[in-house]
Design a protein around this ligand. Structure first.
Ligand code: CP3
Length: 393
């Protein structure tokens, strides 16, 4: 990283924002210096392996100097280093089910950008084969469920998930990641939410109008409820397993719950999310849980009813309004439009500052409003992290 790069980014944030203290200075290859009015100049302590990661402190409402930052889908195809691995290992299932590859891919963004969160490289669909639902993720097509579930008999064939038997590589990878990252960042695990998983296994893959799952929900609700219940108890176990293996926080993706109207969300998603949160909180009361749903503006208050610690906002909601609607007890994550990363560096800086200012001090994890998009320039991602990590409340 060159000196001119650092100087230009610090000056660009100071000039466009009231967030950064002008009394902060950086020097190349050294620890940032913070000038304190009380004690003169102090060197900011290097993150030690004993101190809690910034991300956990922020979620718990502790006094933090800046928002922690990571990006959803931060490991993946926008990175040249990931594309090189894909050439050698063309199968997504191999890349996501082999401990060495999972660790290597999870650490790719960590090695380059040093985010405050390192998410396991995996997929929400990874548990499916262990639940007797064969699937693949096909290049150019996305997820494919070979035998979509449509009847009560199909649902009967679904096995409850036993993570330590079906996905031991996930536990091993998390344990290694935790050692590698040494509390300099938080290791994140994740699971799919029951409704979103059900949408894939009923539709047979990605869907535009979600007609098959809606047909099932609105004509044979008992069958869908039986499936949702299996996913709820399985995913609660999966979160517990991830936490026991090293995950310090777990994000629940209910990406497609917002395809449901509020009244149907209350029937087909909310109770199962609540059940997962309640079960995990009993065994792991200090494990922060993050909930993400795409396009969640109409459901924000209901997402908070699940009891999660953090609600991850997509970019359809203004951060200040989202914060107000969720209230002071819930932390927020997000919510920069992933498309912003295709903009100029100045635009990226402005949008980061806008979100951070609107989220206010503390209880905010800076992130995108959905996964990073294929084709995003890596240098813009580097800029995003540089600006984010230079912010001071
Ligand atoms: O954040 C991370 O870096 C961790 C990795 C991660 C992946 N999938 C890897 C992946 C995470 C957190 C997921 C979650 C996931 N998977 C979600 C929830 C998040 C969201 O986007 O709403 C969903 C809905 C899925 C299902 C899924 N997996 C789809 C729809 C696709 C196809 C996307 C495409 O563009 O092909 C996948 C495949 C997938 N999972 C990829 C990655 C990096 C792309 C395929 C590849 O890299 O070969």
């Amino acid at each position: 990283m060159s000196c001119s790069c650092i100087c230009s980014f610090t000056s660009s944030i100071s000039s466009s924002s009231t967030l950064t203290s002008p009394r902060k200075s950086f020097s190349v290859n050294s620890t940032p210096i913070i000038h304190s009015s009380l004690q003169g100049t102090v060197t900011q302590p290097k993150s030690s392996s004993v101190a809690e990661p910034l991300l956990l402190n922020a979620v718990r409402g502790k006094d933090v100097e800046r928002p922690p930052v990571w990006l959803m889908r931060q490991a993946g195809r926008y990175m040249k280093s990931y594309q090189i691995i894909c050439e050698k290992h063309p199968s997504f299932r191999e890349r996501s089910e082999n401990v060495d590859l999972v660790v290597e891919i999870s650490l790719q963004p960590w090695n380059v950008f040093k985010p405050d969160g390192v998410i396991l490289f995996s997929d929400i669909l990874t548990p499916l084969s262990g639940m007797n639902i064969p699937f693949d993720i096909v290049k150019g097509k996305g997820p494919v469920i070979f035998n979509p579930l449509l009847t009560a008999d199909d649902v009967d064939q679904v096995r409850e998930f036993v993570p330590e038997e079906s996905v031991p590589y996930v536990g091993e990878a998390l344990t290694i990641l935790r050692k590698e990252v040494e509390n300099k960042a938080a290791v994140l695990g994740f699971v799919g939410a029951p409704f979103t998983l059900a949408s894939y296994v009923v539709e047979g893959g990605s869907s535009k109008h979600f007609t098959k799952i809606k047909r099932l929900a609105f004509s044979q609700p008992k069958v869908l409820h039986a499936l949702l219940q299996k996913f709820a108890s399985s995913m609660a176990k999966y979160i517990q397993y991830q936490a026991d293996s090293g995950a310090q926080t777990v994000q629940i993706f209910d990406s497609w719950a917002t395809e449901l109207s509020p009244v149907d969300f209350e029937e087909f998603s909310l109770p199962y999310l609540k059940q997962i949160v309640d079960t995990v909180k009993q065994s792991h009361p200090n494990l922060p849980l993050i909930l993400y749903a795409s396009g969640s503006g109409g459901l924000l208050e209901r997402l908070a009813l699940t009891g999660v610690d953090v609600v991850s906002l997509d970019w359809s909601v203004d951060m200040a309004e989202g914060r107000k609607r969720l209230g002071p007890d819930v932390a927020v994550q997000g919510n920069v439009d992933p498309g912003v990363l295709f903009g100029s560096k100045e635009f990226i800086t402005n949008r980061i500052n806008d979100v951070v200012r609107k989220a206010g001090k503390g209880k905010h994890i800076l992130n995108l409003g959905h996964g990073i998009v294929v084709g995003t320039p890596e240098e813009n991602v580097a800029h995003f992290f540089e600006v984010a990590k230079g912010i001071r409340y």
